[in-house]
Design a protein around this ligand. Structure first.
Ligand code: SAM
Length: 295
């Protein structure tokens, strides 16, 4: 049986939260398998621009004249909206990270479950692979990535093991990295965190998210909604602080009376999938949904 390209998390909650208006202009910055995009169109959106930096996502293209696919990193959201002559949007959805397709496609190198070149690029034309990073970053830089993006308590030790191993021979494949890290095969959670940390660095996921959030804030019309699904604590903290304050520094400005001057009103503060959904789709377990409305 073919595996699903992706199963969207918290689909109903996300679409209801976006409060789709007929004739409204919407953006799904993470098209993937298109589950959320299809639902946005079914809910009556006037036009939907769907971004994905991975050309594989185009196999899920939607045949609808209200739909435009943008094969690009979402960090260029503002440029693309200018290109299409859109100066305001009614809603934006970001379902961050990778799709099931990435994990389940052995040759993409996202998973330690398969033997493959250590790649992990979402955009197959990007220059830098995960192998480039593990073979060229200093021990200190690797330790920081493992700690920050993988929350690996032993990030320093793992970085040291990797640097020792690569001095013998370059780390080129997923199994080379597993061996070099010296994380025992049965510690699959640690291995998943190691791979996650590298993936975030390869794709500069935090940098792209920051740029997209600022563009989204400026493009949303008053009353427009932003819905974001995050999958790890670092990105969730960034989104939470951004929505609370309206800026990347998370500085909350208040008026004379102590009212928060953030351009957003928070509607959903980190909702998680219900038990039934997690049972049906275990990968929805780590998803957190945040929704805000532009004032
Ligand atoms: C979790 S999946 C989205 C799944 C989608 N909501 C669905 O219903 O199938 C994330 C998708 O966003 C894409 N993506 C991640 N970061 C991106 C970025 N910075 N720019 C463009 N696409 C990105 C990935 O290639 C992946 O296909």
């Amino acid at each position: 049986m073919p595996t699903a390209y992706h199963i969207p998390a918290m689909l109903t909650e996300t679409i209801e939260g976006l409060n789709i208006k007929p004739e409204g202009v919407y953006v799904d910055v993470t098209f993937g398998g298109g589950g959320h995009s299809r639902a946005i169109l079914e809910a009556g959106a006037g036009h939907l621009y769907s971004f994905d930096q991975d050309k594989d996502a185009l196999q899920n293209a939607i045949d609808d004249e209200r739909w435009t696919f943008v094969h690009s990193n979402f960090r260029y959201l503002r440029n693309w909206m200018d290109y299409y002559g859109v100066d305001g949007i009614d809603g934006l959805l970001a379902d961050l990270g990778v799709s099931f397709h990435h994990f389940d496609c052995p040759e993409r190198g996202f998973s330690f479950r398969f033997s493959a070149p250590l790649d992990m690029r979402m955009n197959q034309t990007a220059k830098r692979t995960a192998a480039d990073i593990v073979n060229s970053y200093s021990e200190e830089e690797l330790a920081q990535i493992f700690w920050l993006y993988g929350e690996l308590k032993n990030g320093r030790g793992i970085a040291k093991n990797i640097c020792r191993a690569r001095a013998q021979k370059p780390i080129e494949r997923t199994e080379d990295l597993v061996e070099a890290s010296r994380i025992p095969a049965e510690m699959s959670k640690e291995l998943a965190r190691l791979f996650q940390a590298l993936r975030i660095e390869v794709n500069d996921e935090m940098g792209a998210l920051r740029e997209m959030l600022v563009a989204a804030r400026d493009l949303l019309k008053p009353g427009g909604r932003i819905a974001i699904l995050t999958y790890h604590s670092l990105e969730d903290r960034l989104v939470k602080n951004f929505l609370r304050s309206g800026n990347l520094e998370g500085n909350i400005e208040k008026d004379f009376y102590g009212n928060n001057l953030s351009p957003f009103e928070i509607l959903e503060k980190g909702r998680t999938a219900c038990a039934e959904e997690v049972e049906r789709n275990p990968r929805s377990r780590s998803a957190k949904l945040r929704i805000a409305e532009k004032r």
